[in-house]
Structure formats: C-alpha cells, structure tokens
Design a protein around this ligand. Structure first.
Ligand SMILES: [Zn+2]
Length: 68
C-alpha cells in the first residue's frame, strides 16, 4: 500500500480543515421570489413551497406558523 512520504504538519492540516469546514457552515442563500424569505439556492421555499415560480410543495397553515 502506498504511504505518504512526509508527515503533514498541524499548520497544513488546520489550513485544509478550515477551508473544508468553512463550506459547511455557510450554505449559499438567496431570497424567495414569491414570499421574500431567505432560502437555500436550488431548493423549494420551505415557507411558501414555491420553486421557479411554481408551487412544488403544499404548505398547510399549521406547518407554516410553527418554526423549527
Ligand atoms: Zn417563499
């Protein structure tokens, strides 16, 4: 089995992980064109159920009022 030639320093490891974790904590966000809610890109809006100008999911009154 191939093995690494040199040990990777703490600095290199942490620099790599910092970039990797940075992508995890901040997803790409946009504003819903239908209701103005902040939503994730390329996802149907969880507040109104719209995506690309069409209603994709039916949102009932009960689920719309409760947050989390
Ligand atoms: Zn919406």
């Amino acid at each position: 089995m191939a093995t690494p030639k040199r040990r990777v320093s703490h600095s290199r490891t942490h620099k790599r992980k910092a970039q990797w974790l940075g992508a995890l904590v901040e997803p790409a966000l946009t504003i819903c064109a239908h209701c103005g809610e902040t939503i994730q890109t390329y996802r149907a809006c969880p507040a109104c159920g719209y995506y690309k100008g069409r209603q994709i999911i039916k949102i009932s009154e009960k689920t719309a009022t409760t947050k989390d």
